[in-house]
Design a protein around this ligand. Structure first.
Ligand code: GDP
Length: 472
């Protein structure tokens, strides 16, 4: 402190001595004491935050392979609106009779667990890829397997394609549920045919994507779908160490009138127990109670288990990572560092977003070798034409990748995908809707609009020329 204030340490020791505090030069004083002394010299003391302190505090310890045991898969449901995501989640939940037998009251906490053949599966019950991707935006991944719901009477639709792109960008396994097979107009083979265009090829078509025909209404195929999820989980060898301090994610959170801040968390590693000290983003506290999806109080939650927790001092954000600490003081410290650092982090993240114009300098600074693009156009023919021309611009040094292409206005989902994948959005004869426009501004995602295909290709090519390392 003396060094920072540029005064002799003896002066500070003397000052403290006069206040009745006998200290030596090797002794630590509290921040409050330091603040008080500094003030006497007209200096405002601020807690110093190390640049990577938060990363260090939240750093995950690697578990020894011998400590790992099997954990249930965490599954989300994605797909086009009205294709039956909600109905399917309800149907799956109803087939799980154990909860009802035990007299529990089903309640929505953002996730639930079902048991089949003595094995558990955890479902995130907020359908749609917005929830899925907003978690990824915080660098967290909750899901192991994505169920892509496609209505057999409607086939592949724009949001089906979005969902595929989101799942692929996240590297999540896709299982297709071809829904509404009870309908006379259902055409399972047509759905399989359409999906081949997106590299999802059914096993009976010579591919390796699991596709299960189901009906959320008649419950046909539901058991088979659950078995396929377990089979996929088995192959993925999903494991975690339950015997360590817990760590996981917030999947839902709100302020409850009677109970205060309530968060549903998904334990990913370790075991969370009532009484544990916990830090979650800018919030912290002691777990006062844990409630499962059947409204029952539980004392502990193991990996892949979702529980509602009470006891936080404020409402955390969805997608935030939680960690258990030894002391409450430590938990508070993490929250404080988080608050101090999040502003700087936001600025830093904003700066690193890719733009076509700034590509050259960004490349020079960070050596970006992939140019990720999202293409939206008024007709599928234009999407394909642009895609093919743009990908062809790739060379040895720069890979142009189209991570998503679709027909229709540029929407929020496109912007979120662009943000998480550091992509630029190219619109041809389409515009962003208002929400997308706002979101793009927030996320600093670049949207380039064109009316002539040639211009789009030209622009990207020019940017790529700048991308190239100078050859001597
Ligand atoms: P979401 O928007 O994807 O969540 O779709 P919903 O679950 O809300 O379902 C949309 C509509 O399709 C509703 O009217 C459902 O009753 C209907 N639906 C969902 N699954 C099935 C099914 O398996 N068979 C039939 N016939 N209708 C279904």
């Amino acid at each position: 402190l003396a060094e920072k204030m540029k005064v002799p340490s003896s002066a500070l020791i003397k000052k403290l001595f006069l206040e009745g505090k006998v200290v030596t030069i090797n002794q630590e004083i509290t921040f409050e004491e330091a603040e008080e002394i500094a003030l006497e010299y007209d200096i405002i003391a601020e807690k110093e935050v190390k640049v990577n302190e938060l990363e260090e505090l939240l750093k995950d310890q690697e578990d020894d392979p011998s400590t790992l045991v099997k954990r249930p898969p965490v599954v989300c449901v994605m797909g086009h609106v009205d294709h039956g995501k909600t109905s399917l989640l309800d149907a799956i939940r109803q087939t799980n009779v154990t909860a009802k037998e035990a007299g529990g009251i089903t309640q929505h906490i953002g996730a639930y667990t079902v048991e089949i053949n003595g094995e558990k599966i955890t479902f995130l019950d907020t359908p749609g890829h917005e929830a899925f991707t907003s978690m990824r935006m915080r660098g967290a991944q909750a899901t192991d397997i994505a169920i892509l719901v496609v209505a057999a009477d409607d086939g592949v639709m724009p949001q089906t394609v979005e969902a595929i792109s989101h799942a692929k960008a996240a590297g999540v396994q896709i299982i297709v549920a071809i829904n509404k097979i009870d309908k006379p107009s259902a055409n399972i083979e047509r759905v399989k045919q359409e999906l081949t265009e997106y590299n999802l090829i059914a096993e009976d078509w010579g591919g390796d994507t699991i596709m299960v025909p189901v009906s959320a209404h008649t419950k046909e195929g539901i058991d088979q779908l659950l078995e396929m999820i377990l089979l996929t989980a088995e192959i993925e060898e999903l494991k975690a160490n339950p015997n360590r301090k817990a760590r996981g994610l917030v999947i839902e959170a709100q302020l409850d009138k009677g109970r205060g801040p309530v968060a549903t968390i998904l334990v990913q590693k370790g075991t969370l127990r009532v009484g544990d000290n916990i830090a979650v983003g800018s919030s912290y506290g002691k777990v006062r109670a844990m409630i499962d999806e059947n409204g029952r109080k539980v004392k502990e939650a193991t990996p892949s288990t979702p529980v509602e927790i009470l006891g936080l001092n404020s409402v955390p954000d969805v997608g935030e990572i939680f960690v258990v600490t030894d002391t409450e003081k430590e938990a508070r410290h993490i929250a404080e560092v988080y608050i101090a650092q999040s502003k700087e982090k936001l600025v830093a993240e904003t700066k690193s977003k890719i733009t076509l114009d700034g590509l050259f300098s960004q490349i020079q600074a960070g050596n970006i070798k992939d140019l990720n693009l999202i293409i939206k156009a008024d007709v599928q023919g234009s999407v394909e034409a642009l895609k093919q021309s743009l990908v062809k611009l790739s060379n040895e040094e720069v890979a142009v990748r189209v991570i998503h292409g679709g027909v229709g206005a540029i929407n929020e989902s496109d912007v979120i995908l662009a943000s998480t994948s550091n992509a630029i959005i190219i619109g041809f004869n389409v515009k962003p809707d208002n929400i997308a426009k706002e979101r793009a501004e927030q996320e600093k995602v670049e949207i380039k609009l064109y009316k002539v295909i040639y211009n789009a290709i030209n622009d990207v090519e020019a940017a790529i020329k700048g991308l190239l390392d100078p050859v001597f």
